[in-house]
Structures are given as structure tokens and as C-alpha cells.
Write a protein that binds this ligand. Sequence first.
Ligand code: FAD
Length: 395
Amino acid sequence: AQRVVVVGAGMAGVQTAVALREQGFTGSVTLIGAEPHQPYDRPPLSKAVLLGKAEGSAFDVDFEALDIDLQLGREALGVRSGDHELDTETGPVPYDVLVIATGAEPIRLPGAEGVPGVHLLRTLDDAERLRPVLAQQHDIVVVGAGWIGAEFATAAREAGCAVTVVEAADRPLAGALPAEVAAPMVSWYADSGASLRTHARVEHVEPGAVVLDDGTRVPAGAVVVGIGARPATSWLAGSGIVLGAHREIVADDHLRTSEPDVYAVGDCASFPSGRYEERLLVHHWDNALQGPRTVAANIIGEAPLAYDPVPYFWSEQFGRFVQYVGHHAPADTTLWRGDPTGAAWTVCWLRETRLVALLAVGRPRDLAQGRRLIESGTPMNTELLTDPSRPLKSA
Ligand code: FAD
């Protein structure tokens, strides 16, 4: 390939461009992004940037020195893979290889669109709009007790706001964790002074309040919606690129799409995991770091490299550092290390005798050792494993 065009200048797009250069690619690299800002990292947006403890989170990458042609504020509108062309609002861009890294966009709350005081949290612009809202210490209602909802609630409490989190499910993180693992997290909300209302469906939002379907009117100086994200792929309609059930790009194990010379990586794409024997759609930072290295290697190299990571993510919420590595299925066995009402504990998921996933709260050492045990597939001794005073690696 001589001309690589990367569309989407978030973590996955930037890392793809950088990895191409790091791995010795000498052709042209064009990185096209819709947002006007210098490419930036998203995790700080619900943490330091939101609280004004950091000005921004721009990536420390010298695009010019790497000879990456960075084109910001330019939205891609479509792909014509037969012609090897990307269409953008300012005209077509020819490519030899195209990498799609358009990420995800937050799901909007039906009916809340255009209501004043309703916010999402995905972009730097969103975070900058929310900073003064926190400073004014409004009553804040957070819709959704997922990762973003929990992190936003944490920041809002730290800023001194009154916070109510409304969640339709019976618990926080219902989409990510089983009930018994989420159960100890319920008290984190109350301990931080936030009120968590589960089984609470939003009926509608009006200026100054969120009205629940049981008629409760929750006062809201501002509303932050954190009900999930979906792949930003609507612009690919008609391109022939196959999308999956979540509107994500269906990539193969080399992160190639259904169209020739088109790859997809990061939040916008799913891939078949050989390790877990199922298709994974990962919306976390580490996947947007690791996937690009495989894409770059496959663009440059002769022998295609399969992408088969052990997924990893972290969250900082209510004064706790929560980390998850691997991937578990409902049938896996759950084992606890430590007391879940305490400050630090770990949950392990085993398939037969092998560790497949681990959630660590305030136990980063378990995470690091667990990651290696998952990678190596070493059989575990469950009696030793459940003793939190022993290193995980000795089990
Ligand atoms: P994105 O970051 O979404 O980047 C995609 C880019 O493509 C965007 O800039 C978008 O504007 C652009 N784009 C979209 N469509 C087009 C188009 N048609 N033309 C041109 N450009 C386009 N993960 C963790 O593991 N831990 C955390 O603590 C954590 N915290 C987070 C906090 C927040 C507030 C958010 C929003 C996410 C957080 N994440 C976290 C998730 C992590 O940030 C994402 O997984 C990661 O950003 C994915 O990178 P990406 O490049 O695939 O997508």
C-alpha cells in the first residue's frame, strides 16, 4: 500500500497512524477527523478534565514529525470501495488502504432532545459544557448507572452537587456485570452522598425536572444522559460494508471489513475472538490501543496477524479504582477474593479450572497477575485462589 487513509481521529485512528510509522511504513498517511479539536483522549473527560483539574487531554503526538497528514473538522460521508475512494464533505479522498476508526456516539434519551439542560458526555465540547454546570452546583440527575453515569456522578459529588442517578434496571452496571457482583456497588452511591433510584424509567424530561414513569418528579437543574453508546457507522449506509446487530462494523480476525482494503478498529467494530470463541464488540480504551497495532502490522506485513486480545478496562468511581480483564460468560463460575463490603476485593471467573476474567476493586496486583494467568490459561487451585492474603499467582 502507498496511501493509507484513516478516518476518525480518536484513540484508535491516532494509534493506527502512529503504529504505521512506528512499524516502518513509508507511504502516505492521512488522518481525517470530524471534530475540530487536536486529537484527544476521552477517559479524562469524565474525570480530571470534567473537574477542571486538567485543561485538556490532547494526545502527545507530533503529527508533523511523523509525516501524518492530519485533517481536522472534516467529516467522512461514505465509502466507494470499488473506486477506492472515501467521500467527505469537502470532496473525495483516494486510498489504497482505508482504516475506519469512527468510534461510537452516545445513545440519546428519546424525547429529551432539545430540552434545555440535557447533556451527553462523549466529546471535549460536552465536557466543557458540563464544567460550569458542576461549578454552579445544580441538582443533577444522571440517567443511567453505567460506567459513564457512575464516573459523572462521582465528579458531580466531588464538585458539591446534589446527585440523583436513575436507572431502569434493578442495579448499576446491569449490562456489564452479574447481579451478585454489582450488588456491593449499590452502597458506593449512598456512601458518596448520591441517591441511586433503580427500576426507574424516565417518562419524560421537562425544563427543571425528570419525570419517572411512576409519576415521580425529580428536580433537575441539569440532566446528564449516560445510557450507552453505539458505533458511529450510519455514514456507511450504501457502502457495502457489512454491519452487525449493534450497527457495528463486522471485522474478521485480521480486523478487515467485508470490503477489500478496508479495515475497522476501535469502538466502531466487532471482531471474532478465538480465545473466547465469540464475537466481541469492545467499547474500551485498551482495545483502541491494541487493535491499531494489529491493523498496522497487517497493512505492512506479508503474513496476516490475528487480533485476539485479552480485553482490559478500568473505571474510577466513588473513590475506587475498578479494573476488569478478560471476558466472562454467564455459565462461568464466580469466585470471590476478599470481602465485597470492604474497600478492596476481587471477583474471578473460571471456566472449568482456568481463569477467564477478573474484576478487581482496589487490587491492582490481582489485575496484573490475573492478566498473565488468563493469557497463559494455567489451571487454578480454587481454594488458594479465594484466599486474598495469598498472591493470585500462587493459586
Ligand atoms: P472515539 O474515541 O469515539 O473516536 C472516534 C472519532 O471519530 C471521534 O473523534 C469522532 O468525531 C470521529 N468520527 C466519527 N464519525 C466520523 C466521520 N463520519 N468522519 C470523520 N470523523 C468521524 N475506557 C476505559 O477503558 N476506561 C475509562 O476510564 C474510560 N473512560 C471514558 C470516559 C468517557 C467520558 C468516554 C466517552 C469514554 C471512556 N472510555 C473509557 C472509552 C474509551 O474512551 C473509548 O473506548 C475510546 O475512546 C475508543 O476510541 P475510538 O478511537 O475507537 O473512538
